[in-house]
Write a protein that binds this ligand. Structure first.
Ligand code: T3D
Length: 257
């Protein structure tokens, strides 16, 4: 049913492969909507406990397909109607999402990687905050995430210069969870995704919510939110299993409930 992405679920991991390799996986309206749909389907599927977004071919994603926009396009409307909902689906997903950045991530492709919880970065990959190169500003929450991750000075530098950041530079900046050698790419990404999928999924969702809430709440409000999150985590089967396994001096077996 998907035309512009590949989608499969294997060993509790949903794999979303951006699939327009001849265009460096640049976003079309259709691809944007399909990503949104696939993330939602993964969120709704109890079998899925981690999501990986990656690119087919040599790129991760080159941002908006520039052959699809015209001078008449209202870019504000495009963001509000299309990119905003897609990036919110990723950002608000309660399950862990991994960007497996196999190659260049530019423009909104960079933003998509930033909205994920982890960035596994191939040694062949790079990031380009390309918006300024065509006279635009970073979008899809790009500056929101970038400033938090690497600080204002570096976020500005990347955004104002629009130059390529290599995998090694991304690691130094703190953008990469891990840089992976090309020959170990598939097995290391799979092992990482399966490790994440074996964790207590409900607690992960609550940790993500708490962290996000910390940016918007007073300390008092935050402590209340945290207490509610912990109350919910304490009701899960995985919490009971975690404590039991600890006391029995064995590894816990979490089921994501
Ligand atoms: O609706 C709106 O516009 C608002 C939303 C905006 C969100 C955005 O994402 S704006 C930013 C859009 N993206 C860019 O400006 C990036 C443009 N691409 C590049 O800067 C470079 O292609 C890359 C740095 C990504 C990769 O460079 P390189 O040297 O590895 O590859 P290349 O040779 O430049 O590209 C290969 C082909 O892909 C080429 O086609 P060709 O000549 O072989 O037929 C190139 O035109 C095509 N391609 C790459 N990026 C895009 C693209 N085609 C359409 N749209 C693209 N974004």
């Amino acid at each position: 049913m998907y035309e512009t992405i590949k989608y499969k679920v294997e060993s509790a991991v949903a794999w979303i492969g951006l699939n327009r390799p001849e265009k460096l996986n640049a976003f079309t309206r259709r691809m944007n909507e399909e990503i949104q749909h696939a993330v939602r389907a993964s969120e709704d599927n109890a079998e899925v406990r981690a999501i990986v977004i990656t690119g087919e071919g040599r790129a991760f994603c080159a941002g908006q397909d520039l052959t699809e926009v015209t001078p008449e396009t209202n870019l504000g409307d495009v963001l509000l109607d299309l990119y905003g909902p897609m990036i919110k689906e990723v950002a608000n997903c309660e399950k862990p999402i991994i960007a497996a950045v196999n190659g260049v991530a530019a423009g909104a492709g960079f933003s998509l990687a930033l909205a994920c919880d982890f960035r596994l970065v191939s040694e062949k990959a790079s990031f380009v905050n390309a918006f300024v190169n065509i006279g635009l500003i970073p979008d899809c929450g790009n500056l929101y995430y970038l400033t938090r991750m690497i600080g204002q000075a570096k976020a500005l530098e990347l955004s104002l210069l629009g130059e390529k950041v290599t995998a090694a530079q991304a690691e130094q900046l703190g953008l990469a969870t891990k840089v992976i050698a090309a020959e170990e790419w598939k097995e290391q990404v799979t092992a990482f995704a399966e490790k994440v999928a074996s964790k207590p999924t409900m607690a992960i969702g609550l940790i993500k919510q708490s962290l996000e809430a910390s940016y918007h709440l007073s300390f008092d409000q935050y402590l209340k939110t945290e207490a509610e999150g912990q109350r919910l985590a304490g009701l899960t089967k995985d919490y009971k299993e975690g404590v039991t396994a600890y006391l029995e001096k064995r590894k816990p077996h979490f089921i994501g409930q």
